[in-house]
Design a protein around this ligand. Structure first.
Ligand code: NCD
Length: 357
């Protein structure tokens, strides 16, 4: 059994294979319409979702399988205080694969260790969102033809945007990737992404706040929403919410083959007038998400691999990150990994990657 908790759980060869399967599904849907006959997907969404949940469900239905899903948090046993551990264990009795979205960071990790079927992380708090990255990767492949030698601008909420963290993780593995990280000072990428990914892999990146200055350099522009629900200070959200609004005028200095991506939902960070520009790819990206989720379900249900256990784990005190799943699940061991980061030994929570202080 194998789960997908972060995008790096898949090798670059496997990502290539998923892209090829997704493209084949798009070309020959009839060949896949019976592949998951008799199999069930459970969608456990403890946070709002439109695209992710519906595209998972559509993916399973188009593979000939069926779907069971929770009616919503307030009508599920989570409202009675059931833990993620128990929920995952129970749902394993009813489904062959589980897709889970949860507001706590590391929740999918807990689910994968309790479930007896593969678990797919459909977003854990502000941490990761690997299946959105699958949609992003297929879009990049289709629009740019390759993952190599791309300058990628990521703009908006880089602190809480989980799709951003997974995309940086994925694209950092390709030759010639450069990032221009465009955000207000307060919404820069988290420390674990900077140290464990960008610094560790020596990826060239710049952190800037001016979108228009960066525009002419970009091959891909990944716009994101300011993540209202993750702010603890609502005055700060009000101050930052309109930091970036992409308009046709701002695109005047952009390359003619720029690909504009957005995981959606959009609030106001891209003017609707941009939708008709041939460089706007975000609606195609939503379709690509369904195709990649089909390829992923096929892979996980066909796989005999075992979920890899974390390599070095050290028990420790409760994680200090208020958004970490270890703060709410009972009897959950607090586990840390320890490694060298920029010449310093650093302990990070295994669930949410926050540094132990
Ligand atoms: C993203 C998410 O949930 O993180 N949406 C999605 O899954 N397509 C981005 C967002 O909510 O802004």
């Amino acid at each position: 059994m194998r789960s997908l908790l972060d995008v790096t759980d898949l090798s670059t060869d496997e990502l290539e294979e998923l892209c090829n399967t997704a493209l084949d599904v798009a070309e020959h849907p009839e060949r896949y319409s019976d592949k998951c006959r008799g199999k069930k997907l459970a969608t456990l969404f403890f946070e709002p979702s439109t695209r992710t949940r519906l595209s998972f469900e559509a993916a399973m239905l188009e593979l000939g399988g069926s779907v069971i899903s929770m009616p919503g948090v307030s009508a599920s046993s989570a409202a009675k205080g059931e833990s993620v551990h128990d929920t995952a264990r129970v749902v394993s009795c009813y489904a062959d694969v589980i897709a889970i979205r949860h507001p706590k960071e590391g929740a999918a990790f807990v689910a994968a260790h309790s479930a007896t079927v593969p678990v797919i992380n459909a977003g854990d708090g502000g941490h990761c969102h690997p299946t959105q990255t699958l949609a992003d990767l297929l879009t990049i492949k289709r629009e740019k033809g390759s993952f190599e030698n791309l300058t990628i601008g990521i703009c908006g909420d880089l602190k809480y945007g989980r799709t951003v963290h997974s995309l940086i993780n994925a694209m950092s593995r390709y030759k010639g990737t450069k990032f221009i990280l465009i955000s207000p000072e307060e919404l820069r990428i988290p420390d674990y992404v900077r140290k464990n990914v960008l610094d560790e892999l020596h990826i060239p990146y710049e952190e800037v706040s001016d979108l228009e200055k960066a525009m002419p350099l970009l091959d891909v522009l990944y716009m994101t929403r300011i993540q209202r629900e993750r702010f603890t200070d609502m005055d700060e959200f009000e101050r930052l919410k309109d930091s970036y609004i992409l308009t046709i005028e701002k695109l005047s200095s952009a390359k003619s083959d720029l690909a504009i991506l957005h995981p959606l939902p959009r609030v106001n960070e891209i003017s609707v007038k941009v939708d008709d520009d041939p460089r706007a790819c975000y609606f195609k990206q939503a379709l690509n998400g369904k195709l990649m989720r089909m390829a992923l379900i096929l892979k996980l249900l066909g796989s005999r691999d075992f979920c890899e256990e974390p390599k070095v784990t050290i028990p420790g005190p409760t994680c200090k990150n208020h958004a970490c799943i270890t703060g709410v699940e009972q009897e959950l061991d607090c586990l840390y990994t320890e490694r060298e980061e920029n010449g310093r030994r650093v302990r990070r929570c295994l669930y949410c990657e926050a540094e132990a202080l």
